[in-house]
Design a protein around this ligand. Structure first.
Ligand code: SAH
Length: 480
């Protein structure tokens, strides 16, 4: 069966929904959203539909279906769970040349209601002609993920200035070039970034300018999260889909990179060359050079770009040089590692506050504020602490943290090779040594860390000196 795709303008038109349950209500709702005048016909209505009838949002034909209900209707939907009744609605509608849909019954339906991706006024409809609705749902999910939410606002803007666009771009090829610019250029990011007025100004200026200005490059500082691809934000995924070039850190996992546009150029700026990282200034210059060539650049960083990620310096540098930028936050290691180790960071019994800190380099470890370190009601999440774990432990003890303060090291948080090593502060350096903890690893210090031993649910769990076991088992459980 080949269906003819159709978008119907139902504004102000009477339509009939037969049925009074949840399915009928959903159908009525969609029809109301499209401006139709809805009559529901059923002996009884569910609570919400009854309320709508009371409020006058829908009209109610009370009783068993009779074909007369269809008089004057433009469309009908049969949404009861009685097949015979649905069939008689369909037959009566056909006799009156009214299009009818029977919910979940392609054979009885004269029109199908597609799965939609709604970016009104932009609307994408998906149908498998009833052959495999579950597949249509999958396609819908894919499109939901990839289509920018600002597209609706973009189409609305173009709609508002349609007359002017047609007037200023009278020839078809000029108009097409203009719409290409509108789709690929700076207007969409402005709308995405809640800068409606500037977006409109830019559209109008571009129209007046005659020829479309060459596309300017831009940089998105994108947080890739801790490594698990499911922890990317939708916005990050979209940025990866659109990127011409991606400059990423070493911490960014291969699984995340695999989601990026196939032909995007990938540059590993975290790679060590002769034992040294690429200097930050060189990264700045690379970002600038690619943006100035008109490319869409993604600067992809582990976790969140603004948490120990030097994203702030990059943003300041790029803004100073007039490059359009946006920042897409990511799930930072502290949040991800805690979640994946079953540690509620501000569990009310044990913590009032959370401090994200780094113990990178000897001087930094020594410079950490003693009051922060010593406050028992504060959870500490320590980044880059592995190399300095002995010095850090000494400082924590010196500033009043008890030797039996719970600690947890989460190595490779959220990745398949995740390990959680739980113990107490006094034994921390020994634990790290014994289990040869490697980077990336995050250290959590404070009462809440004790939860790991009973609540870790992902990867491997090691408690104190005990052998490793799959997380999710109680430490006291038999592992045989
Ligand atoms: N911007 C990043 C942090 C960069 S600093 C973020 O927001 O997460 C690098 C440090 O982050 C590592 O040394 C480690 O302490 C921590 N880290 C990052 N990813 C991690 C992971 N998957 N598991 C454990 N720690 C991680």
């Amino acid at each position: 069966m080949t269906l003819y795709p159709l978008f119907a303008d139902l504004d102000g038109l009477p339509v009939l929904v037969v049925g009074g349950g949840a399915v009928a209500r959903r159908k009525a709702k969609a029809l109301l959203d499209a401006g139709a005048r809805v009559t529901v016909g059923a002996p009884r209505l569910d609570v919400e539909l009854a309320q709508w009838a009371d409020d006058g949002r829908v009209a109610w034909r009370r009783g068993e279906f009779v074909p007369d209900w269809l008089d004057g209707m433009w469309l009908a939907i049969a949404a009861t769970d009685e097949r015979a009744l649905n069939a008689s609605v369909a037959a009566a509608a056909a006799a009156r040349r009214i299009f009818a849909n029977v919910v979940d019954d392609a054979a009885l339906s004269r029109f199908h209601v597609p799965a939609v991706v709604d970016r009104a006024p932009l609307m994408v409809a998906i149908s498998t002609a009833g052959a495999a609705p579950a597949l249509a749902r999958r396609v819908r999910e894919t499109l939901e993920r990839t289509l920018d939410h600002a597209l609706g606002a973009l189409v609305a803007l173009a709609q508002r200035h349609r007359a002017r666009i047609v007037q200023r771009r009278a020839d078809l090829s000029g108009r097409r070039a203009f719409y290409d610019w509108l789709h690929d250029g700076p207007v969409l990011p402005l709308l995405r970034n809640a800068r409606q007025r500037e977006a409109e100004r830019m559209l109008l200026d571009a129209l007046d300018a005659g020829t479309a200005a060459p596309l300017e490059g831009s940089v998105a500082l994108v947080g890739a999260g801790p490594g698990h691809p499911g922890l990317l934000t939708l916005q990050a995924l979209r940025a990866l889909n659109e990127a011409d070039v991606i400059l990423h850190d070493q911490l960014v996992s291969a699984d995340v990179l695999a989601l990026a546009r196939r032909d995007a150029e990938r540059i590993d700026v975290g790679k060590r060359c002769g034992g040294r990282h690429m200097p930050q200034e060189r990264i700045h210059r690379l970002l600038l050079a690619h943006a100035r060539e008109g490319r869409r650049v993604v600067r992809l960083k582990g976790g969140d770009p603004f948490v120990f990620g030097r994203g702030g310096e990059e943003l300041a540098f790029l803004r100073r040089h007039g490059v359009a930028c946006e920042v897409v936050p990511g799930i930072t290691a502290a949040l991800a590692c805690a979640a994946f180790a079953g540690i509620p960071l501000t569990h009310r019994e044990q913590a009032q506050s959370l401090c994200l800190l780094t113990a990178h380099g000897k001087d930094d470890a020594d410079a950490l504020d003693g009051r922060v370190l010593g406050d028992r009601r504060q959870t500490l999440a320590v980044y880059m602490g592995v190399e300095r774990i002995a010095a850090l432990t000494d400082r924590l003890l010196a500033h009043g943290r008890a030797a039996d303060t719970p600690v947890a090291i989460i190595e490779n948080g959220s990745l398949p090779r995740q390990r959680v090593i739980a113990g107490v502060l006094g034994e921390l350096p020994a634990l790290a040594r014994m289990h040869a903890v490697a980077t990336p690893a995050l250290l959590i210090v404070g009462g809440v860390a004790a939860c790991a031993a009973s609540q870790a649910w992902f990867g491997e769990l090691v408690v104190g000196n005990a052998p490793a076991m799959p997380a999710g088992r109680m430490p006291c459980e038999e592992t045989a």
